[in-house]
Design a protein around this ligand. Structure first.
Ligand code: NGQ
Ligand code: ZN
Length: 475
């Protein structure tokens, strides 16, 4: 009896896959096992399927970390795709986005984020870094509990079952040289001391759901030099390993303004004035000189690339081959959520490189000629680092000690059926609808998406649509 019970428990925490993408590449006949805490305990390739162990419906891929999200913007995706000014830009988009941000309530944020995180899981993301900057009530005054909106995001992640790295954002100025904030930035503003007390307030809530707590100076435009130094020191005192994310050089306008203010470009300035290292994620390091590429890559920081948002906002194209030439680490984020799909970010990233270079298969590597495989492995590793989920030198993905986070492709999907596993991943990224071939998604050893659907899909979708209706204004 006791023996039977043990066997049942063991097989409940095992999965056998004919093909699995391990950190070292594709492996055959892989048995994975994990413990009650959702951590991988065994990864055994080239083995026989033990009796009674569930068989994956297709290749096992590591779950993709989403390293950059502003959850509230999901409700506004698709609503800025019309011409409003003679020449629309990132900045005119931002004006519309701010109008929308004014209307978000805690209830709406929770509904929007819950649905968004469900969409993420259904589209192959198993963790998310939430770069969270709408802190206060609509009049700019702190909520009675200053952590109200942060807690709404933590609850949303918990409900959906996605791992979250919460990055409360420090935002103080509207431009370089301590320009005072605009009226429509009032919900974002807090002092550095205030930020540190928010972090202290959030630490136990994060621990309770195994969320990682970091911090994000919004940008060099929004955080004066002395505040940046004090905030990073304060965070480091709380946790020397906590991740630090910053928007760094997304627009040429901000590069020009930074030069006018300091004589230096944003990345150059940051590297000279902040202790940038492997804890850091440089989001939208789009506009760098070759010297900045080399210097930023050498710090060990992750480049946070958000290909579909960067395309949507007309940012420019990151020079991935140059970054990789310097050993740069990187991952992907869905940022404004115009698109919520891990495979599509990889597609957009590779296609951007092809278009500017007039080449194909740009992001394949000598060791890994399959583009989708090479990109997936690198983005999982960089994404996990940016999420604060990797100890030094550890390998992310389907490996002992990591969380049991993976995506099972559907080997029976028409786009994939009959193909070898690496081609299945290629077809998933380059030649399918990019969610149609996802069979199931596991986070922390729990199956959150089965048959392509999250258990809360319908309920959360309804709540999202209702919340969105309360936040959009008539055009
Ligand atoms: C954000 N989004 O914080 O939501 C920004 C726009 C800004 C992106 N950078 C605002 N994609 O950078 O000032
Ligand atoms: Zn952003």
């Amino acid at each position: 009896m006791a023996h039977d019970a043990m066997t049942a428990a063991d097989s409940a925490c095992s999965l056998f896959a004919a093909d699995a993408l391990l950190p070292t590449g594709w492996a055959r006949n892989v048995l994975v096992q994990w413990d009650g805490a959702g951590r991988v305990t065994h990864v055994v390739p080239d083995t026989a399927a033990p009796a009674g162990v569930a068989q994956a419906a297709g290749p096992l891929l590591p779950g993709m970390p989403n390293l950059h999200s502003h959850a509230f913007q999901r409700a506004f995706a698709g609503l800025t795709e019309y011409r409003g000014e003679a020449q629309d830009s990132f900045w005119s988009w931002r004006n519309l986005m701010y109008r929308f941000a004014q209307r978000i309530t805690p209830e709406a944020l929770e509904a929007i984020a819950t649905w968004l995180y469900i969409e993420m899981l259904e589209a192959g993301y198993t963790s998310v870094c939430e770069f969270h900057y709408v802190h206060h009530d609509t009049d700019g005054r702190p909520y009675a509990d200053d952590a109200t909106l942060s807690l709404a995001l933590l609850r949303a992640a918990h409900t959906a079952g996605i791992h979250i790295t919460l990055l409360p954002v420090l935002y103080q100025t509207s431009g370089f040289g301590a320009k005072p904030p605009r009226a429509d930035q009032a919900r974002f503003i807090r002092s550095t001391d205030n930020m540190l007390s928010l972090l202290e307030r959030l630490a136990p809530a994060c621990r309770a759901q195994e969320a990682i707590l970091g911090m994000a100076p919004h940008s060099l435009r929004a955080v004066p030099a002395d505040s940046l130094t004090a905030a990073v020191q304060g965070l480091t005192a709380l946790n020397p390993h906590a991740p630090i994310h910053i928007h760094i050089a997304e627009q040429t306008q901000e590069v020009d303004d930074c030069i006018a203010w300091s004589g230096q470009r944003p990345v150059q300035w940051l590297l000279e004035h902040a202790p940038v290292d492997a804890r850091w994620c440089l989001v939208h390091a789009t506009h760098m000189t070759p010297t900045e590429y080399a210097a930023a890559a050498a710090t060990g920081a992750v480049a946070g690339i958000c290909p579909t948002t960067e395309a949507n906002l007309g940012d420019g194209i990151f020079d991935m081959p140059l970054w990789l030439q310097h050993g740069g680490r990187w991952g992907v984020g869905s940022d404004s959520h115009a698109c919520v799909n891990a495979a599509e970010e990889l597609l957009m990233l590779e296609y951007g490189q092809r278009l500017v270079r007039r080449q194909r298969n740009v992001l394949a590597t000598p060791a890994q000629p399959e583009v989708a495989t090479a990109m997936a492995l690198q983005a999982v590793q960089g994404g996990a680092q940016a999420s604060g989920r990797l100890g030094d030198g550890q390998t992310a993905g389907i490996a002992v000690g990591q969380r049991a986070d993976w995506v099972v492709l559907d080997a029976q999907a028409v786009a994939l059926r009959g193909l070898p596993a690496p081609a299945m991943l290629s077809a998933h990224v380059f030649a399918s609808h990019r969610t149609s071939a996802i069979h199931s998604v596991w986070a922390g050893g729990q199956c959150r998406v089965a048959g392509g659907r999250h258990a809360l899909h319908d309920r959360a979708a309804g709540a999202f649509v209702a919340a969105r209706a309360t936040t959009i204004d008539a055009r």
